[in-house]
Design a protein around this ligand. Structure first.
Ligand SMILES: NC(=O)c1ccc[n+]([C@@H]2O[C@H](COP(=O)([O-])OP(=O)(O)OC[C@H]3O[C@@H](n4cnc5c(N)ncnc54)[C@H](O)[C@@H]3O)[C@@H](O)[C@H]2O)c1
Length: 276
């Protein structure tokens, strides 16, 4: 029997990777996890200031990271950008469809605990078309366009990894978040399964990471408030809020050979918050 060698399972050295929304929070965590293991990573993000700061910081640390200002709602620009990154790397190993926005207040305020008054501005009868459409445009249509652009390359090369960032809120209603967010994330999760089934014949896997409560800049960085974190820590079985680094392991798993036989799966990373 040959010796078992699991040493290369999580290798992403030299891989060509794109992360949308990679200049902050969870996406930036993916960038750090993959570039830290030798991948060549390009960030697509709408925030030029953050791109410049983070790309500068990571390059100074010796990582092969680049950035491009790009809005995932501009599907034509997205396709051109994916083409040029794939050409530049002469390969496209993994694409993270991660860019997303908060949808403003839901019908309850606060994140956890018993004192959660209703928020009239978040209730359904006041929910504007504009607000609904914007969230669907970024969090669902932007994911569709990213996966489509990635599939055009990966299908031809007959390999690739596509990873979506969905949410616990796509599986369980979280009243503090507006309903468009939940609809978009649930839609993205099922679209992920659909794309996984279609692309499996070409050796391309499509999976999703569904975070719980992670401290990032989303929604103006509300998760950074100490009082919010303390309240959440009491509600989360593992006893603390999540950080982007808590997603590093799963990002490497889905991007590497370690997940070769896994497709169409959404894995929740929430410290047990969704358990009840
Ligand atoms: N933070 C959480 O608790 C949490 C939980 C579940 C899911 N998520 C999801 O994680 C993903 C990342 O969010 P985050 O929490 O890291 O937030 P974040 O605000 O820290 O980072 C999001 C990044 O996406 C960029 N972005 C926004 N709209 C864009 C667009 N149209 N085109 C390109 N880039 C765009 C922003 O500039 C920002 O850099 C989102 O899809 C979000 O819905 C977050």
């Amino acid at each position: 029997m040959s010796a078992i060698n699991t040493g290369d399972l999580f290798t992403v050295e030299g891989h060509g990777v794109i992360v949308t929304g990679g200049a902050s929070g969870i996406g930036l965590g993916y960038v750090e996890a993959l570039a830290g293991k030798g991948a060549r990573v390009t960030i697509f993000d709408i925030d030029p200031r953050r791109i410049e700061a983070e790309v500068g910081r990571l390059r100074a640390a010796g990582l092969d990271v680049a950035g491009q200002v790009l809005d995932v709602t501009d599907h034509a620009a997205l396709e051109t950008a994916v083409d040029s990154v794939a050409d530049h790397y002469a390969r496209l190993d993994a694409v993270f469809a991660n860019a997303g926005i908060d949808s403003g207040p839901g019908f309850l305020t606060g994140w956890a605990g018993e004192d959660r008054p209703r928020a009239p501005e978040g209730e359904l009868e006041r929910y504007t078309d504009q607000r609904w459409n914007r969230v669907i445009e970024v969090n669902l249509n932007g994911v569709f366009a990213t996966v489509r652009a990635a599939s055009r390359h990966m299908k031809v090369q007959r390999r690739g990894r596509i990873v979506l960032t969905t949410s616990l809120a796509g599986r369980r209603v979280e009243p503090a978040i507006g309903s468009a967010y939940m609809a978009a994330k649930a839609g993205a999760a099922h679209f992920m399964r659909c794309a996984a089934l279609e692309l499996a014949a070409y050796g391309v896997t499509v999976n999703a990471i569904a975070p719980g409560f992670i401290v990032t800049n989303i929604g103006g960085g509300h998760a950074k408030a100490a009082a919010v974190q303390q309240r959440m820590a009491r509600a989360i079985p593992l006893g603390r809020v999540g950080l982007p680094a808590d997603l590093h392991g799963l990002a490497l798993f889905f991007a590497s050979a370690a997940s070769s036989y896994v497709t169409g799966q959404e894995i929740v990373v929430d410290g047990g918050w969704g358990l009840g």
